[in-house]
Design a protein around this ligand. Structure first.
Ligand SMILES: [Zn+2]
Ligand SMILES: [Zn+2]
Length: 262
């Protein structure tokens, strides 16, 4: 007799519990995450203060939280040599399992594109120097991101909140990338994304909430949180026509391998 599928261990590979909207409710959020069988959460920094907070949260809750440190492409224009020194120092902490999120966001263009590219290269340098995985974010910049990644070939590579097409996915997978999927998979308009997710090998597919953003149905419009991750595992299983157990087992194994979480 198997356990109910929702009780299989799950790793939320991209969460912003360091975000002010979630920080004030951290105790309840972690309790609900544990109840939903979330065994680990990678808390991802998006600027220096949130990266510091991610490390702090991981040090306070090492049984369930690990940290990633980086500066989001939105804030690429703020990246100074001192910011990279600070990231390098933060990344020495044993609770840090990745560098990021970095990447390119040409949808909102909140920093000039050249500065986004430069910051991405600097994060890739740091990840290589420290032998850590790098987490990239991409919006409306798949071609530009892929050409940089193909020239740099970072490994391991996590492309979070993947929303490229089949060809982008194939090129990313050729680079050895792990592709993260979240709440958008449950949204009615995301049929193309579901088709892409149905083709990604399960040992390269990561589950993420990107909370507090992108809550899955039926929580759309609310704050997202790690306890909603089973809804995303179910959406992946539905779109692939396989069992939730199969999705959960493979993606949890992949998440633990890429972030070296035991
Ligand atoms: Zn992102
Ligand atoms: Zn994020």
């Amino acid at each position: 007799m198997g356990e109910p599928s929702t009780l299989l261990p799950l790793v939320d590979t991209h969460a912003h519990l360091n975000h002010p909207r979630l920080l004030s409710k951290l105790g309840q959020i972690l309790r609900r995450a544990r109840e939903a069988s979330i065994t680990h959460v990678v808390v991802v920094g998006y600027d220096l203060p949130s990266s510091e907070k991610a490390v702090e949260l991981a040090a306070a809750h090492p049984d369930i939280i690990s940290a990633s440190v980086g500066i989001h492409p939105h804030d690429a224009s703020d990246v100074q040599p001192e910011s990279l020194e600070r990231l390098r120092a933060l990344a020495q902490d044993p609770h840090v399992v990745a560098i990021g999120e970095t990447g390119l966001d040409f949808y909102r263009d909140l920093s000039p594109r050249d500065m986004q590219r430069q910051s991405l290269h600097q994060h890739l340098d740091l990840a290589r120097e420290l032998s850590l995985p790098v987490i990239v974010h991409c919006r409306d910049a798949q071609e530009d991101l892929l050409s940089i990644l193909e020239s740099r070939r970072p490994a391991p590579l996590v492309w979070h909140c993947f929303d490229g097409d089949q060809e982008h996915a194939r090129r990313a997978l050729d680079l050895g990338a792990f592709l993260g999927f979240g709440g958008r998979l449950t949204h009615r308009a995301a049929a193309d994304l579901r088709e892409v997710a149905s083709q990604v090998p399960l040992n390269r597919l990561l589950l993420e909430t990107d909370c507090p953003y992108l809550a899955p149905e039926p929580h759309r419009g609310e704050n997202n949180e790690p306890s909603y991750l089973p809804l995303i595992a179910q959406a992946v299983a539905r779109t692939r026509g396989c069992s939730v157990e199969e999705v959960t087992n493979a993606s949890t194994r992949a998440a633990r391998a890429v972030f070296r979480i035991t």
